[in-house]
Design a protein around this ligand. Structure first.
Ligand code: DON
Length: 312
């Protein structure tokens, strides 16, 4: 029988082996706040379902989580509206870029899934129900703090402002959905909340803690907070696996074999069900807008631990 995994050595080895390659990939530059991040940053954190934390590099440095926030707003929307959310958004991989508008016209304003921009905007519209935008932003922040059990998680106001100033494509997507009657709230309100959720700043450790409920059948084993049912945790993981990396979701499933959600800030949240929640951060992106070395680090982790949802 193999002995217990030495996760700290595995994380340290991955960090050491990737160090000569730090800086590879292209850092997102559509807003200055992302463009000026040091491309050589690298952080990785593993939080096991037993509560052990293993980390390497810049694992405690906050970064812009961007689209990873879509996992948390999806969880919130499911809590508020249950399975009714599937009237507004599909559950199929998109096979196109995260901000594509073409598919949306073909499919009459129903986005393919909750993780492409259009789908996440539709989900944020559902989170807004019964709230002012300010209240909804507060709800998202409180929810993420509750998940991670960390009170100092905040939104970077500069990032939120710049997203709004440059978010022409997101305005187009939202206006399009509104024209099909698929958004209940004014476009400015929905995007106001969406831009703020994308601007959440979190470290790898905080992110891994926030995702731990997905690795542990819906209940955070550290806080004993029951966040979602076991079935719902499985289903959120299924969506992350099939849709969490946009047009690169198939490749991520093939190489890593675990549910994951990426963001243009260079972060990836990855779930090893029954084992651990993992977060990695490396700002250089590949051509699909997913962290280049972050994906590689997770591939190395999966291969060295044997963690996979596709078999032992
Ligand atoms: O909506 C946007 O354009 C960004 N705020 C977030 C997009 C994102 O993270 C896509 N991920 N790779």
């Amino acid at each position: 029988m193999p002995g217990p995994l030495d996760l700290q050595s595995i994380v340290d080895d991955i960090h050491r082996e990737l160090t000569p390659r730090l800086g590879e990939g292209k850092v997102a530059d559509y807003i200055p706040q992302l463009a000026r991040v040091d491309p050589k940053r690298f952080g990785m954190a593993i939080v096991t379902v037993d509560g052990d934390v293993h980390m390497a590099g810049d694992a405690q440095v906050p970064f812009s989580i961007q689209s990873i926030s879509k996992v948390f707003t999806l969880t919130l929307a499911l809590g508020k509206h249950g399975e009714n959310i599937w009237k507004r958004v599909g559950r199929e991989p998109s096979g196109s870029a995260f901000n594509s508008i073409v598919q949306l016209e073909h499919e009459h304003g129903i986005p393919r899934n909750p993780f492409i921009n259009a789908g996440a905007i539709a989900i944020t519209d559902l989170v807004l129900a019964g709230h002012t935008p300010k209240e909804a932003i507060g709800e998202v922040v409180r929810f993420v703090r509750y998940l991670a059990d960390e009170d100092d998680i905040v939104i970077d106001p500069e990032v939120a402002r710049s997203e709004a100033a440059t978010g022409y494509r997101n305005f187009a997507l939202a206006n399009f959905m509104r024209s099909f009657g698929k958004l209940d709230h004014p476009v400015e309100h929905v995007l106001g909340v969406y831009f703020h959720q994308c601007a959440l700043a979190m470290s790898c450790v905080q992110l891994a803690k926030a995702g731990l409920f997905l690795a542990a059948s819906g209940t955070n084993p550290l806080t004993r907070h029951s966040v979602v049912s076991k079935q719902r945790a499985r289903r959120i993981n299924a969506l992350m696996l099939t849709c969490g990396h946009y047009d690169g979701s198939g490749d991520f499933a093939y190489r890593v074999g675990l549910p994951g959600k990426s963001g243009v800030g260079g972060g990836i949240l990855c779930v090893a069900p029954g084992k651990a929640s993992v977060a990695v951060w490396s700002p250089g992106l590949n051509h699909n807008g997913n962290s280049l070395l972050g994906s590689l680090a997770l591939e190395m982790l999966a291969s060295r631990t044997g963690w996979s949802v596709f078999g032992a």
